[in-house]
Write a protein that binds this ligand. Structure first.
Ligand code: CUA
Length: 274
């Protein structure tokens, strides 16, 4: 019997009013970012308490009423070695997981799908090469390693391509349950558990393509292609916003990614092409 529904929890994949913490992770990278944050926060709290304790102690014991004649000590070799070595050890302990995360974010594993996101004043447009149902059948027969040979990279002239604009839904046009300033008319639909590559650029000024739950914030620079890898682990709708001041409607060019099963993705693509 499938008891999965008992443990079903609601994820937060959009910003909440007065939110201070992170949104729920949907990619291993975002999970890594949250873990690193908690890791560093541990050291941060210890250092904060220790420094505060020392300051209060110094103010208390060396107040001029309590200690009118000051000591003549100017240095002590042992204490100086200790307060140099310990912080540098702490820094190394922080640096190791930090660099590990940094380099794993740079890694683009053989992507199955490449999507190009282009920033405009003030909307996003997307271009991608779809793959078709017969290719999915074929893909299921092949190992993960070589399917990228068949379904990666850019359009060749004889293939159909998928291109659409994605505009924010104006406040007056919102339907019940839709999120203000976050909903778009055309969502980017992608399959879960698939290595995706996003190529990000701009047609006019600087924009930034950012989706918190996916752990992505990538600048869209005119004349330049930035790339980022995404691997979404669960189905859901992920909301993001342009994150580089790009003009008067900067706040009104959100990003919506809808992660679905591979079968749903294939039917979405075929609908889109008709
Ligand atoms: Cu586009 Cu801010």
């Amino acid at each position: 019997m499938n008891m999965k529904w008992i443990f079903q929890i609601a994820y937060c994949d959009a910003a909440e009013p007065w939110q201070l913490g992170f949104q729920d992770a949907a990619t291993p990278i975002m999970q890594g970012i949250i873990d690193l944050h908690h890791d560093i926060m541990f050291f941060l709290v210890i250092i904060l308490i220790f420094v505060l304790w020392m300051l209060v102690r110094v103010l208390w014991h060396f107040h001029y009423k309590k200690n009118p004649i000051p000591e003549r000590i100017v240095h002590g070799t042992t204490i100086e070695i200790i307060w140099t070595i310990i912080p540098s050890i702490i820094l190394m302990v922080i640096a190791l997981p930090s660099f590990t995360l940094l380099y794993s974010m740079d890694e683009v594993v053989d992507p199955a799908i490449t999507i190009k996101a282009i920033g405009h004043q003030w909307y996003w447009s997307y271009e991608g090469r779809p793959f078709f149902s017969y290719q999915v059948k074929e893909m299921q027969l092949r190992s993960v390693i070589d399917y990228s040979l068949y379904y990666s990279d850019y359009n060749t002239s004889d293939e159909q391509s998928l291109a659409f604009d994605s505009y924010m839904i104006a406040e007056d046009d919102l339907e019940l349950g839709q999120l203000r300033l976050l909903e778009v008319d055309n969502r980017v639909v992608v399959p879960v558990n698939t290595h995706l590559r996003f190529i990000i650029t701009s047609a006019d000024v600087l924009h930034s393509w950012a989706v918190p739950s996916l752990g992505v914030k990538c600048d869209a620079v005119p004349g330049r292609l930035n790339q980022t890898a995404i691997y979404i682990k669960r189905e859901g709708v992920y909301y993001g916003q342009c994150s580089e001041i790009c003009g008067t409607n900067h706040a009104f060019m959100p990003i919506v990614i809808e992660a679905v099963s591979l079968d749903d993705y294939v039917s979405w693509v075929s609908n889109k092409l008709d």
